[in-house]
Write a protein that binds this ligand. Sequence first.
Ligand SMILES: NC(=O)c1ccc[n+]([C@@H]2O[C@H](COP(=O)([O-])OP(=O)(O)OC[C@H]3O[C@@H](n4cnc5c(N)ncnc54)[C@H](OP(=O)(O)O)[C@@H]3O)[C@@H](O)[C@H]2O)c1
Length: 286
Amino acid sequence: MVPSFIDFSNNHIVITGAASGMGRLFALTFLGLGARVAAWDIDSEGLARLVESGKSVPSPTENHLHVYTCDLADNDSILQAAEETLRDFGHVDILLNNAGVVNGNWISELSDQDIEKTFAVNALAPFRVTKAFLPEMISRGKGHVVTIASAGAFVGTPKLADYSASKSAAVAFDESLRLEMKHLGHPVKTTLICPFYVDTGMFSGVKTRFSWLLPILSSEFVVKKTVRAIYTGKKRLIMPRFVLAVFLIRVLPVAWFDALITFFGISCSMDDFEGRKRPPVHSDKP
Ligand SMILES: NC(=O)c1ccc[n+]([C@@H]2O[C@H](COP(=O)([O-])OP(=O)(O)OC[C@H]3O[C@@H](n4cnc5c(N)ncnc54)[C@H](OP(=O)(O)O)[C@@H]3O)[C@@H](O)[C@H]2O)c1
């Protein structure tokens, strides 16, 4: 449950990757908090299911959910969805760059298309979608860009080379945007979210060695913490806190770093990765 003092009434929120997993939960949660939500996804059937679920969300104001089928790997598709969103909503207060993809394969097994798609969705799309809304946010003097990266951005992991590299790019994008807005005096806020593995099904089959230190997080927990971070204007949220230890052990010699990453089970965490093999389980719980 999101604390009752949190209210997003009159906020216009764009959420990418909103047809399943955390994006879907974000959409239903923000609707329940009074926001107008523009839900973007490549999965039009999933968006139709979201519309059905959205109808039963109790909201302090009238529910406003618009859905847009959009391929975030294609800039023309992004520009079209942005144009339609601005036509329907007038302006955007919060952009939630949430969509992501994972291949979960060895570097030698990844095709060029696999790698390019990962970078297009995880790294280029946050740039492109933000660029589509940033000028309007700057001219209005109000806006908030939220980027869902990953704890995988901070440590290279076997079978996650393309994913980790693309999420590192997303982290650098968030940091540059934050500093650039400050440098130029634009009151556009940023929030970076970096969770460890989450139970949405995107990473099904992954394992963790020390679950008390590095638990597989529930999507409800991550969404609740993220909504609160957005509301309070927190600039960075890393979950769980133990992930921060990576920054400390980076000062050690590389051989020690590698030994510790292996000891904590990160190197073998993807050994039994399956990913999403069947349609995602859609929880209606906001
Ligand atoms: N799950 C985790 O363990 C975990 C951990 C850390 C960070 N994250 C990050 O958190 C975010 C949400 O993850 P999640 O687990 O909720 O993922 P998810 O359940 O797989 O949802 C991602 C959504 O993005 C959509 N999408 C994929 N490619 C797209 C494209 N080209 N254009 C438009 N939409 C596209 C997917 O549609 P399809 O289903 O049709 O592909 C899906 O609806 C991602 O950025 C992910 O990298 C996840």
